[in-house]
Structure formats: structure tokens, C-alpha cells
Design a protein. Structure first.
Lengths: 114, 112
């Protein structure tokens, strides 16, 4: 079973502050993804990456940056957090040779922006 | 932009019942259709996928895909209280980026 971990699991931030959410995977997957999940919207893709050094915009990238410094790590950065970014954030990895579109999710980070 | 819609929004059934969940999508050229299961406070977990028209069975799960009608359904036989979760339908885009577009989910509750 693929292993994806996220930190922190819970975060309270102030409006205008900087927030960094971290994700680590130990399965040597090329692709990594950041989603947010809100009631009524399901999972929405923020940023994704094909490998170390690459980041791509997803469907809702505004207000977020991403960084992929290594195969294992993928970070989501909120430079100026706003209350509308209060949500649950999930990281996923994927890109197995046999099942390219299978994604394995982490446990999530619950972010509250006051 | 691919759209994925799921119905019903929520479903309550007695233990042992057959459960049927529905999903419609907008792009007939999409790749695989996935079903994910999400328990409270956890990340989604991939359950089953289908690419070709027809059906696919794995254990108590059966999925049916009809690309002409842009519809896929998931059926859970002999439902158990442990099946209580949110079920997410996801469509893999045909662009080769392996992105998934998710529906908003169906909350399933199986009563003992």
C-alpha cells in the first residue's frame, strides 16, 4: 500500500500570514497532487507535479504556490492566507507503471484561517 | 471542463441491502472512471476503476459503465456497517496528465 504522509495535521493561521503544508511519499511516484475539499465541492485540484523541480497549475491555483524540491516531497504554500482558504487539504501521489491514474491520498491537513 | 455529478447525495440502507450509486460525466473521451471511498477524517482510498463499456466485478463491488450515456454506477452487494462512508466518483482526463476530476460524493450510511 502506497504511503503518503502530511504535516501538520491541523493548523490555525491568521489572515495575512504565511502557511506551508508539507507532503511526503515513499513510493517513488512521479506525480504528486494537492487538493482541497469543501462541503458541496468535492475535491478540487490546486497544483500538481510530474517530478522533482516541476509544478503545474490545477483548476483553482489562485492564492497558492507549490514546490517540489525532491521526488519525495511536495509543499503547498499560502503566502497571504485568507479566511476563504479555510478547508481540508489533501496530498496525493500516483503514476505507477501499471496504473498511471491511480492516486494514493494522505490523511489530510485541516486548516483554519482566522 | 469535465463535469462529474453524483446521485443521490446521501443514502441510508439496512445492513445486507444492495446499494446503488450513480455518476454522470461530460466527456466521452475520458480515460478510466474511478470510485474512491472516504471514511470520516481520512483521505480517499481507491476502490475500483473501469475503462471499457460494460461491467467489472471485484468481490462485493460491481461497476457498470455506459460511455454512450456518459453514466457509471457502483453497486455494493450485502452492505455492511463498515461500508458507511462517502463514495467519490472520479474521471481520469484524456490529456495524459493523469488528473482526476471528482464529483461531490454520496454519503452512504448502513444501519446495523
Amino acid at each position: 500500500e502506497a504511503a503518503v504522509t502530511q504535516s501538520p495535521r491541523n493548523k490555525v493561521a491568521v489572515t495575512g500570514g504565511k502557511v506551508t503544508l508539507s507532503c511526503n511519499q515513499t513510493n517513488n511516484h512521479n506525480n504528486m497532487y494537492w487538493y482541497r475539499q469543501d462541503t458541496g465541492h468535492g475535491l478540487r485540484l490546486i497544483h500538481y507535479s510530474y517530478g522533482a523541480g516541476s509544478t503545474e497549475k490545477g483548476d483553482i491555483p489562485d492564492g497558492y504556490k507549490a514546490s517540489r524540491p525532491s521526488q519525495e516531497n511536495f509543499s503547498l504554500i499560502l503566502e497571504l492566507a485568507t479566511p476563504s482558504q479555510t478547508s481540508v487539504y489533501f496530498c496525493a501521489s500516483g503514476g505507477d507503471r501499471e496504473n498511471q491514474d491511480t492516486q494514493y491520498f494522505g490523511p489530510g491537513t485541516r486548516l483554519l484561517v482566522l | 471542463q469535465e463535469k462529474v455529478q453524483q446521485s443521490p447525495e446521501s443514502l441510508i440502507v439496512p445492513e445486507g441491502a444492495m446499494v446503488s450509486l450513480n455518476c454522470s460525466f461530460s466527456d466521452s473521451a475520458s480515460q478510466s472512471i474511478w470510485w474512491y471511498q472516504q471514511h470520516p477524517g481520512k483521505g480517499p482510498k481507491a476502490l475500483i476503476s473501469i475503462f471499457s463499456n460494460g461491467n467489472k466485478k471485484e468481490g462485493r463491488l460491481t461497476v457498470y459503465l455506459n460511455r454512450a450515456s456518459l453514466h457509471v454506477s457502483l453497486h455494493i452487494k450485502d452492505s455492511q456497517p463498515s461500508d458507511s462512508a462517502v463514495y467519490l466518483c472520479a474521471v481520469s482526463l484524456s490529456s495524459g496528465s493523469w488528473q482526476l476530476i471528482f464529483g461531490s460524493g454520496t454519503q452512504l450510511t448502513v444501519m446495523p
